[in-house]
Design a protein around this ligand. Structure first.
Ligand code: AMP
Ligand code: ZN
Length: 471
């Protein structure tokens, strides 16, 4: 089955064909965080869907070249640094660091490049694009000294979001608070400096100021990946105005189709509403970890529903994720025990048929629900043959080999060092009890750890905690 994705541009499922003539390299751009606070897990749902996409393309043999930008200048970062009384770069650094730590905890593959909007080379590229747009009558400097994109001269404007310019005016989608724009929908490419911006300013042919958010992505994407990309992703709220604007700016400069496939994930909800900073209904990854869940549990909870379906975040959902992973861990432990004498990768061919369904489900617009459904069917079936003692060691090894392959996409194998929060706390308490030679307390804690499905073994090097029944 060919790979196919739902392209927001055409609103249709389309077969995936890379632009690269050799057909093996894929260029992918994903809009990254604005670093004025900690990203919330709704943001991470978007980054996890993009991770799934990248990993699946790699499983299918593509070399993915991926860029994710960091927006480190905008109204919010400027307000934030002023409130904190520190320079912009110092203010944003804390949130950049936190973002990378969260990516790692969620096992999201790092992009090849994380360009930052304030990098002078990228600012130059933005200025260069704005000059080109002005020379083509696609941009103008208004009385307020800011430079705006002239949407009425770009007939395709509105295609991605599927509306026309008249609608834009009548629905009031864009607030008309900038009196000197030619059209209510014209958006800023260069924002003229004013006192509220303090020390944050760059020189430009139009006077001091800073770039608009949309031009950042057009400039960094084309500077690093070239004029045309295979894939561009984000959450659905990025479709308009951000991605619509990116198309207008980039195609306005190059005259070529900017992006072949636009993929957008639906929102993570809380009580039926979008999880967002402005509604105040958000959880950061830190909040989730503080409740005793691990990064891999959060990864699973946010990945397990198809990216185009909305997903409601609940703590019960986190518990379900924990249970699902527990079943996978137990299954793997049983298979490891059964196959202990069989060398790795000896089972080869036997698994070929088995892996197809999982991968084909993902070929079909990343149908993760179907892929996971298939996995759990297989776990049930193999557990039955393990119970009956009819699964051969070679077959058990074969299942483990299959797991290795599909886990290159799922990335949810238990990390020995990664204990669930509660188990980690109990283990720590037990280590302390042993230091204090409180053997009764140590035994009580061992029982409590066992009740959670984990086993403690004591050795000279200290205690070792493993999931009951295997490593
Ligand atoms: P922002 O920092 O608001 O630009 O968002 C970063 C990324 O997260 C973008 O791709 C957004 O579309 C996405 N996003 C924001 N909120 C949510 C949410 N509740 N669910 C899924 N994706 C989201
Ligand atoms: Zn962007």
């Amino acid at each position: 089955m060919p790979l196919r994705f739902f392209n927001t541009y055409s609103r249709a499922l389309e077969e995936f064909q890379p632009l690269d003539a050799s057909g093996r390299t894929v260029k992918m751009y994903t809009c990254g965080p604005t670093v004025y606070s900690h990203a919330h897990i709704g943001n991470f749902r978007a980054y996890l869907f993009e991770d799934l996409l990248q990993r699946h393309l790699e499983l299918r043999g593509y070399a993915v070249k991926r860029v994710m930008n960091i927006t480190d200048v905008d109204d919010k970062t400027i307000r934030g640094c002023q409130a904190a009384g520190v320079p912009l770069a110092e203010f944003t650094q804390e949130f950049k660091d936190a973002f990378f730590a969260d990516l790692a905890a969620l096992r999201i593959k790092p992009a090849d490049t994380f360009p930052e909007a304030t990098n002078p080379g990228h600012i130059n590229a933005m200025v260069g694009m704005i000059k080109t747009l002005i020379s083509r009558d696609l941009a103008y400097q208004a009385e307020d000294k800011s430079v705006y994109f002239r949407i009425k001269n770009f007939p395709a404007y509105g295609h991605l979001a599927h509306f026309n310019l008249d609608e834009l005016q009548s629905t009031g989608r864009v607030k008309n608070d900038e009196y000197d724009k030619e059209h209510v929908g014209d958006f800023a490419l260069w924002k003229a400096w004013d006192e509220a911006d303090g020390a944050v300013r760059w020189e430009s042919p139009w006077g001091p100021g800073r770039p608009g958010w949309h031009i950042e992505c057009s400039a960094m994407a084309t500077q690093i990946l070239g004029e045309q990309l295979d894939l561009h992703c984000g959450g659905v709220d990025n479709i308009f105005p951000h991605h619509e604007a990116e198309i207008a700016q980039t195609e306005g400069c190059t005259g070529k189709q900017f992006v072949r496939y636009w993929l957008h994930c639906a929102h993570l909800l809380v009580d039926g509403q979008k999880m967002s900073k402005s509604l105040g209904n958000f959880h950061t990854l830190r909040d989730v970890l503080a409740k005793g869940y691990s990064g891999r549990e959060a990864r699973y909870a946010l990945l397990r529903v198809h990216y185009r379906a909305q997903l409601n975040f609940t703590w019960e959902g986190m518990e379900e994720a924990r249970q699902a992973l527990g079943r996978i861990d137990d299954w793997r432990a049983r298979l490891q025990e059964r196959s202990a004498c069989v060398p790795l990768a000896e089972s080869g061919q036997e698994q070929a048929g088995r892996m197809l369904y999982f991968e084909e489900a993902l070929d079909d617009d990343l149908n993760i629900s179907a892929a996971l459904g298939f996995l759990f069917d297989k776990i049930r079936e193999t557990n039955r043959t393990l119970d009956q003692g009819t699964l051969t060691p070679t077959a058990a090894r074969g299942w483990l080999d299959w797991w290795e392959r599909i886990d290159s996409v799922l990335a949810i194998t238990a990390d020995e060092a990664e204990l669930p929060g509660e188990v980690a706390q109990l283990s720590e308490a037990r280590a302390q009890a042993r230091l204090a030679k409180d053997w009764r307390r140590s035994d009580e804690l061992r029982d409590q750890i066992a009740a959670l499905g984990w086993e403690v073994r004591d050795s000279k090097g200290g205690q070792k905690v493993t999931r009951r029944g295997g490593a």
